[in-house]
Design a protein around this ligand. Sequence first.
Ligand code: SF4
Length: 246
Amino acid sequence: MTLNEKALEIHRRLCRAYHCPIPYFHEMDPIDELVSSLLSHRTRNADSGAAFKELRKRFAGWQAVIDAPVAKVQDAIRRANWPEQKAPRIQQVLAAILRERNALSLDFLADMDVPEAREWLERLPGVGPKTSAAVLSFSRLRRPALPVDSHHHRVAIRTGLLAPKVAVGPSHRILAAQLPPDWTAQEVYDNHEILMLHGQRCCFHRRPACERCPLLDLCPFGQKLRPDAGPLPGRQAEPVASRLSS
Ligand code: SF4
């Protein structure tokens, strides 16, 4: 089995377990998605969501955020971790978009192909591959870009889709290249969601539940932990009830 075939088989099995298609959890403007993603870095979803809401409540628009004293932006986002770093970063990113495009909008990304759009976004200060993919996939742009979070990354390493030492950043390109190039945005989104959910619901960081994992016969890590367990046709991961944190 090639790696691409294995990626597809994993996708098929996890889609069955978590019931694809997975509903999108929101449909935000791409700039809102970008700011939200910058706030979410190493912060619980509830806290970054509260920080984003407060920022939107206190300022009339993104231009007002650019023009505000940094201390005021920092105070608005204090529920997020490291507001002292995130406030100036958000202002820099918004100012850079305005400078480059003469408008506070990312709608033009809809007309670029995905690699070009990601490259454009990743030229912004502090924007890496996970954020660029999140903006393109989760916002109302709905483009086929694959974000990789820590759960997704852990499952990909353990199942052998990634070599053990590939970091999250470079893993984006490798994992995206394993998916069929003609997949829709929904299929690519599903791939991210089911691997993330599998990491949250079954392939735990400590003590993965390999005994009920539908990927065990494909997973070198699980087979090392449980050399006695062969493939079981009825093995099922827990179904998805609602989206957890990404
Ligand atoms: S077999 Fe175990 S280690 Fe492998 S993906 Fe499943 S839960 Fe994770």
